[in-house]
Ligand binder design. Structure first.
Ligand code: SF4
Length: 398
C-alpha cells in the first residue's frame, strides 16, 4: 500500500490561475452538476486545519483515496495514492471504512462502489468531476453500435474490451456481452484473452472508449497492422463504417480519447529532444499512436513512477502524462539528480481532476463528520452485477 508522503506539508490551495483551469476549461467533460451546500472560500487560511480536524474526527470511518493526477493540496490528505484500479482495490481492502472519499473522477468512484461492500459509501467531493474520455461512450451509443455489429453479421464474433476509464454502464455492457475490463497496465493480456474466446482468426475486439490505448496495444505490443484497426464514430450512421470494413477488421476502436494525453504531438517530442540532448521520452499509452511510436518508453502511470525510481542519477526525462503527477515526480527525484520535465511546453492539467480542490474536500469531510452523507456515488444493483462480472474477468486474467 502506498501511503501519501505529504501529510505534514500543509500544502495550501493552489493559486487562482490553476483554480480557473479547473473550472469549465473542458466543456465536453463538464457534467453540469453543482455541489449542494456552502463551500468554504479558497482563500480561507484555515482550510488545511479544518480538513485535518474533520478527518481526525472521522478516524477509521473515513478512507481518503487520491488519484495520481490530483492536486498536492488534496493529495496531502490521501490515505493512499495510485491509479483508479489500485485505489478501488485499496478501498475494498478497508471494510472498516464506512466512507470512501474518492479524490478522482466520477467513473473511478463508480468502480470503487462496485468493488466495495454494500455498507461502504463512496463519496466524490465534486459531482462535476467527470472524465471527458468516459463521457465519449454512452450506454445508448454503445447499444446502437452493437445493433450495427449485429446487422453486419459479426456480433457473435466480437468480444468487448473496455478500459477502466469508462462508466459503470459501459462496464456492465462489457460484462453482459462476455467481455473484460482492462487497465493501461494489462491491456495486452486483456486483448490476448479476448482473442482466445473464439476462433482466433475470426474473433474481433470492440475496444472502448480509448482508441489510442486500443490501437497502441494492438499495433505496438501485439504486432497487428494499422489496417487491422477501424475507427467506430458514434456520431456517424453505422459508425461511419461499411459492413465490409467491419467484417475485415480485427480491432474495432471506439472514437474516444483522453483530452489531456491527446494533446501531446510529434512536435512536442521533436521539440524536447532538441531542447534537452540525451533526454528519454516516456509517455502514457493514451497518447496518439505517432507519439507513442516516437517515444523511447511507453507505460501506465505506475510504470512511469517505477521507471523514474529505477533511473540512474544524471538521467533526463520528458514525461507525457498529466502535469500534477509530472510536477510531483520532478520534485521528488530532483534531489537524486534526475532531471524530469513535462513533455509539452503548454499547461496540461486534467481539468476535471482539478475540480477536486481543498474547499470541496473540506466541505465533504466536515459534512461527513457532522453526519451528513453528501455526494454519494451509487451504482444500481443490476449494473453493478454485470460490471463486476467484467471486472472479475480482468482480475482472473493470466
Ligand atoms: S486524464 Fe484523461 S482519462 Fe484521466 S480523468 Fe482526465 S480526461 Fe479522463
Amino acid at each position: 500500500m502506498t501511503t501519501a508522503q505529504t501529510t505534514e506539508l500543509d500544502v495550501q490551495p493552489t493559486p487562482l490561475a490553476l483554480l480557473l483551469l479547473g473550472r469549465e476549461a473542458d466543456p465536453r467533460s463538464e457534467r453540469g452538476v453543482e455541489c449542494p451546500g456552502d463551500l468554504p472560500s479558497p482563500s480561507d487560511p484555515d482550510l488545511v486545519a479544518r480538513a485535518r480536524a474533520a478527518k481526525e474526527k472521522l478516524g477509521d470511518k473515513v478512507f481518503v483515496l487520491g488519484h495520481h493526477y490530483q492536486r498536492d493540496e488534496v493529495i496531502q490528505f490521501a490515505d493512499v495514492t495510485g491509479d483508479s484500479f489500485k485505489l478501488a482495490r485499496d478501498a475494498a481492502a478497508r471494510p472498516e471504512a464506512e466512507y470512501i472519499v474518492f479524490c478522482g473522477v466520477h467513473f473511478m468512484a463508480e468502480s470503487a462502489d462496485i468493488l466495495t461492500s454494500d455498507d461502504q459509501k463512496v463519496v466524490l467531493p465534486d459531482l462535476a468531476a467527470g472524465c471527458s474520455m468516459a463521457d465519449m461512450a454512452t450506454a445508448e451509443q454503445v447499444a446502437e453500435c452493437w445493433d450495427v455489429l449485429t446487422e453486419a453479421g459479426i456480433a457473435e464474433q466480437v468480444v468487448p474490451v473496455s478500459y477502466m476509464n469508462s462508466s459503470a454502464d459501459i462496464k456492465a455492457f462489457t460484462g453482459r456481452h462476455g467481455g473484460t475490463i482492462c487497465t493501461s497496465s494489462n491491456a495486452q493480456r486483456a486483448l490476448e484473452w479476448a482473442f482466445e474466446q473464439g476462433e482466433p482468426s475470426a474473433t474481433k475486439v470492440l475496444f472502448l472508449p480509448d482508441q489510442h490505448l486500443g490501437r497502441n496495444t494492438a499495433v505496438r505490443d501485439m504486432g497487428m497492422s494499422l489496417d487491422d484497426c477501424v475507427l467506430y464514430n458514434p456520431h456517424k450512421p453505422n459508425g461511419g463504417l461499411t459492413a465490409e470494413q467491419l467484417r475485415d477488421a480485427k480491432m474495432i476502436l471506439w472514437r474516444g480519447h483522453c483530452s489531456v494525453h491527446g494533446r501531446f504531438s510529434l512536435d512536442s517530442v521533436a521539440d524536447v529532444r532538441e531542447r534537452i540532448p540525451g533526454v528519454n521520452v516516456l509517455v502514457h499509452p493514451e497518447c496518439k499512436h505517432e507519439v507513442v511510436a516516437a517515444a523511447d518508453y511507453v507505460g501506465s502511470t505506475e510504470y512511469i513512477i517505477k521507471a523514474l525510481e529505477a533511473a540512474p542519477a544524471g538521467s533526463k526525462w520528458a514525461i507525457g502524462t498529466e502535469l500534477n503527477l509530472v510536477r510531483r515526480l520532478a520534485n521528488r527525484f530532483a534531489p537524486e539528480g534526475k532531471e524530469i520535465v513535462f513533455l509539452d511546453r503548454t499547461v496540461c492539467f486534467c481539468s476535471t481532476m482539478n475540480r477536486i480542490d481543498l474547499p470541496h474536500l473540506v466541505w465533504t469531510l466536515e459534512s461527513l463528520a457532522e453526519g451528513n452523507l453528501v455526494n454519494r456515488i451509487e451504482v444500481d444493483k443490476e449494473t453493478e452485477a454485470f460490471a463486476k462480472l467484467a471486472l472479475e474477468r480482468m482480475l482472473a486474467l493470466p
